[in-house]
Design a protein around this ligand. Sequence first.
Ligand code: HEM
Length: 214
Amino acid sequence: MNLIDWFLDRFRLKSTHRGIFDRDIPEGINYFYCFGGIAFTAFLICLVSGLFLSFHYIPSEKEAYQSILRIHEEVFLGKLLRGIHKWSANVLIVSIIIHSIRVFVTKSYRPPRELNWIVGLITFVIVMLEGFTGYLLPWDQKAYWATVVGTNIVGSIPFVGQALLLIVRGDYEVSGATLSRFYSLHVLWFPGLIILLLWAHFHMIKKLGISKPL
Ligand code: HEM
């Protein structure tokens, strides 16, 4: 089988369409099989609360911190909205980790689900980056220095590190340019990518079904 055939076969693009609720649930599954669904629910809550936060947040060096204070103190239900966004992000990360461990322990990464495992791993990395870029947005001391330390890791890669660091920060140090860049990645690029990856993830689950417990 060549690479293209393998991809089409695993992605099941050629197979017949099945309705969204028309799927086989194997016998003997347990609560650990719920964590993919919990991660998805947390992602949706994050998305919706983030959409509302973006009405009030200003991604500029001078106003970001003030706009966060305003959301917290003046915006109707702003404090609750920030809390929901933060906690759903935490639930998302914890449930993705439990979900990945479940998939690993039940050996569900084996053929014919290996492409879905790869899609899952890429989603995992993007979700972590989504968390990292969001952490800078309050633009307070903790956010600033966490980003200095986090991005320094990129700078320590041999040969290409310094060039990559400049691309990641958009400047020689963490500045307003970094804030704009991280804001764009956090609200546009990464959520868009995650939606695309989850579509592929669910498409394959729909076609392949859930693996039988060992
Ligand atoms: C936001 C991230 C993710 C969401 C929303 C998600 C969602 C789901 C859902 C709803 C299922 C159905 C079965 C279940 O819930 O256990 C599933 C299955 C699966 N997921 Fe994920 N997932 C995510 C991330 C990942 C990651 C990080 C990996 C791997 C590292 C992964 C690999 C798989 C595999 C291989 C299956 C098929 C498992 C089987 O058939 O038993 N997923 N996912």
